[in-house]
Design a protein around this ligand. Structure first.
Ligand code: PAF
Length: 290
């Protein structure tokens, strides 16, 4: 049977953009015969960190699909949603330059049409840290990621390690629902001064940006302490917290990387998780030790 029509709003030499879930699904199906389809879910405001995810996606499969959707469900604070940076033309140019095969940029109505009443909740790993400070955030992430996956049906999806807890939630989601997708995790990309790349960084004024460097500095201090044999949770948390005195810290946690729970003894690797606000910009970062 001949494939049905696809409404493509923009078509340059190398990037195709679709909007509706039906068009996205059909366009992804057309890529499937070429080999594994690798998806990079994003909320746009693409930066070099996203480009590294896209490059990694190219190395993992035959076709790369990028979704661009600022998901209102994952923003409890509507002011935060309103401030989230967005520049679709710039994003499309970045996707074109990175040889993305398909961009799916749905509207809110496409994703959550009138009557939409489903929420996906991952309990346990989503509850502490970001879950406590941003109630409902991970329900929003789990709901949108489930929908993104069910429309595109990617073989692999690539996420950034900076969002450590998000990755843990999405891995749990994929296992629990038996989603036929491999979750791949790409290393955090940092600026020359160590700050983890984030779409939110554009909102840091020069003073806040300088203050924000306390975050990577604190993670380096934790790594050095670890290398010199420090293993205690309290000691590591104190070393990190000491660097963050000028920031409004939500949490500093030294936990088991696979469960995000406190270790019962001082053996095995740990992840140091940080969330702090600088100016009015909330940043997260982490480092795995051991
Ligand atoms: O990490 C993000 O950009 C978002 O949380 C995601 C995974 C695209 C879901 O909206």
């Amino acid at each position: 049977m001949a494939p049905g029509p696809i409404s493509i709003i923009r078509s340059t030499d190398v990037v195709r953009v679709v909007h509706s879930p039906a068009d996205a699904s059909l366009a992804a199906d057309r890529l499937r015969p070429n080999g594994p389809v690798v998806m990079v879910p994003t909320m746009g405001a693409l930066h070099d960190g996203h480009v590294s995810l896209i490059q990694r996606a190219h190395s993992l499969g035959a076709s790369v699909v990028v979704s661009i959707f600022v998901n209102p469900l994952q923003f409890g604070d509507k002011a935060d949603l309103a401030k989230y940076p967005s520049d679709i033309d710039r994003d499309l140019a970045a996707c074109r330059d990175a040889n993305v095969d398909l961009v799916w940029a749905p509207s809110v109505d496409h994703m959550y049409p009138s009557g939409f009443a489903t929420r996906v909740t991952v309990s346990g790993v989503s509850e502490p840290y970001e879950g406590r400070h941003r109630p409902g955030h991970f329900d929003g992430v789990a709901t949108v990621v489930t929908k993104l996956f069910s429309v595109i049906r990617p073989d692999v999806a690539v996420f950034g390690a900076k969002d450590f807890q998000q990755v843990a939630v999405i891995k749990r989601l994929a296992i629990d629902l038996g989603l036929p997708v491999t979750i791949d995790v790409a290393p955090t990309v940092r600026d020359h001064d160590g700050l983890a790349l984030s779409s939110r960084n554009v909102r840091l004024d020069p003073l806040a940006r300088t203050q924000a460097l306390a975050i990577p500095r604190s993670l380096r201090a934790a790594s050095s302490a670890w290398q010199s044999g420090v293993r205690g949770r309290g000691e590591l948390e104190a070393i990190v917290t000491a660097e963050l005195v000028d920031l409004d810290v939500d949490y500093v946690a030294v936990v088991d990387p696979s469960t995000l729970s406190e270790r019962t003894n001082d053996t095995g690797s740990v992840v140091v998780l940080i969330a702090a606000t600088v100016g009015d910009v909330r940043l997260i970062d982490n480092v795995v030790l051991g």
